[in-house]
Design a protein around this ligand. Structure first.
Ligand code: FAD
Length: 464
């Protein structure tokens, strides 16, 4: 088939659960491509020589290369091709904001029909989970011990590459399960814990040790790890898990949650299941404040917990929403009421509990420092919505306890650990950092890319 014929082919849609079935539980919404669907989608790829899609990928996956292998039905090889740059295709295929990355730069996006690169990545990632390839060869052990603090995507990616280089890696995780936001933040209807578990299992099989329930800075300190315990280097991948609040009246009323607490109770602590005893408030009339993935996940989780109404309050318009387009579409289909250009001004209580939220309408003014147009309040536009639960999803920051992890380490005014941009080494010799704890895009793929860069730098440091 020549390029002209390929360009006439229509994109293959992702099969999804029906809305009524979706909101009744936490099962994954997207069903994945069948082999036939994957090959039909892969057929559309023009195999561009310059491959602009690669430029859109933060870890430079050989996208035309893996798609070509899918076309030929060589799925395991396609998966291994992705794994040359990205250890977690089944995860990234599900959660990367492809519409702003590889798919945005695909030449077919000019016609509004970019290749569904994320769906294809997910297909081959799932294929590798179902048919794991045999491990080929292993590097001779170096006898050097490296500690990774935090088991989110940054920590896991670093651990995998360091183990491949022959180092003895231990991952320390504060929570009782490894995975970071992949496990405690992103709900199962988007990213099943089983999928994350498979990717972690592959690391364990490479010899990586994971010590959960261990808070570095409290249970053990970095100086202890580098001293008596004998680690030669440490990678800090602590994430940015402390919620930001709105700072408005009534925010301490029972019924107002941070998205972080709400989602952790539901996802990690399984509060949605009757056989788990973690309590979570099941709101009847819920508002969620924010416009990112965290806000969408909160809205959709609240619906699945049985809310009669879920309203999203976002102070800008849909065009400025940072959430993945698919999550916005799914949230709308499932019945979330989007109140755009609206900001809450105070929470109101009755009998000591949350009863309503007062809001103001906004219009967009001049762009602010983020480049997005600033929301400006419309005077006299106040209105009140009766609610019994509010979930605040307006961002997160580095946990202030990060300073206990390594006393004296340089951090900026927002708490981000300051690193050398090349090596990701912190102000402390032998201590490196990456992922959300150093700031940046704060996406899964960027955390992975930091983890891989840090692993290379640590390997060089240990061999110098
Ligand atoms: C609800 C939600 C939805 C998201 N959706 C998407 C999405 O769709 N696509 C996308 O690309 N990104 C998404 N993100 C952002 C993405 O998940 C993060 O950018 C990414 O997980 C950051 O990875 P990390 O490894 O730096 O940190 P994390 O994933 O936050 O992991 C850090 C880990 O370190 C542990 N830790 C912290 N301090 C210590 C300590 N002192 N000792 C031991 N362990 C410690 C924490 O318990 C945690 O497990 C989402 C985030 C949230 C919260």
């Amino acid at each position: 088939m020549d390029a002209k014929e390929r360009m006439k082919l229509e994109p293959v849609p992702m099969r999804e659960r029906d809305v009524s079935e979706r909101v009744a539980g936490f099962e994954e919404v997207n069903r994945g491509y069948s082999e036939q669907e994957a090959r039909a989608e892969a057929e559309r790829c023009l195999q561009c020589k310059k491959a602009p899609c690669r430029e859109g990928c933060p870890v430079d996956v050989d996208i035309p290369g893996f798609i070509c292998l899918v076309c030929e039905g060589r799925y395991a090889e396609a998966g291994l091709k992705i794994k040359e740059s990205n250890a977690f295709p089944a995860i990234c295929g599900r959660v990367c904001p492809q519409e702003r990355q590889c798919q945005a730069t695909c030449v077919l996006s000019k016609q509004g029909k970019p290749i569904n690169i994320g769906y294809l990545e997910r297909f081959v990632g799932d294929y590798l989970i179902e048919y794991p390839p045999e491990q080929v060869g292993s590097t001779a052990p170096t006898g050097k011990k490296v500690a990774v603090v935090g088991s989110g995507p940054a920590g896991l990616a670093a651990a995998g590459d360091l183990a491949k280089a022959g180092h003895q890696v231990t991952v320390f995780e504060a929570l009782h399960e490894p995975g970071g936001v992949l496990i405690y933040g992103i709900p199962e209807f988007r990213l099943p814990n089983l999928t994350v578990g498979h990717e972690i299992q592959a690391l364990l099989e490479m010899g990586v040790q994971v010590r959960t329930n261990t808070i570095i800075g409290r249970t053990l300190t970095v100086p202890e790890l580098l001293g008596v315990i004998g680690f030669k280097a440490v990678f800090l991948a602590l994430g940015a898990g402390a919620p930001i609040f709105l700072g408005i009246e009534g925010e301490n009323l029972p019924g107002v949650f941070s998205a972080n607490e709400f989602l952790t109770r539901v996802n990690l602590m399984r509060a949605f299941r009757d056989d788990y005893d973690t309590p979570v408030q099941r709101g009847r009339n819920v508002v969620v404040i924010g416009g990112g993935n965290v806000a969408m996940d909160s809205c959709r989780s609240a619906l699945r917990l049985g809310a009669d109404s879920v309203t999203l309050l976002y102070r800008r318009t849909r065009a400025e929403m940072p959430a993945r387009i698919e999550e916005v579409r799914h949230a709308e289909e499932e019945g979330v009421d989007f109140q755009l250009l609206v900001a809450p001004t105070r929470f109101l209580g009755r009998d000591g509990r949350l009863a309503a939220v007062e809001c103001l309408r906004m219009e967009l003014g001049e762009p602010d420092e983020s480049g997005r147009r600033r929301p400006v309040p419309l005077e006299g536009s106040e209105f009140t919505v009766e609610i019994d639960q509010a979930i605040v999803a307006v961002g997160a920051r580095v946990n202030p306890s990060a300073r206990l992890v390594m006393p004296g380490m340089s951090q900026d005014e927002r708490g981000h650990i300051i690193v050398d941009p090349e090596t990701l080494m912190t102000s402390v010799e032998g201590v490196f950092a990456g992922g959300d704890v150093i700031g940046g895009e704060e996406t899964v793929i960027e955390a992975l890319s930091h983890g891989r860069r840090a692993a290379r730098a640590i390997d060089e440091y240990l061999n110098s």
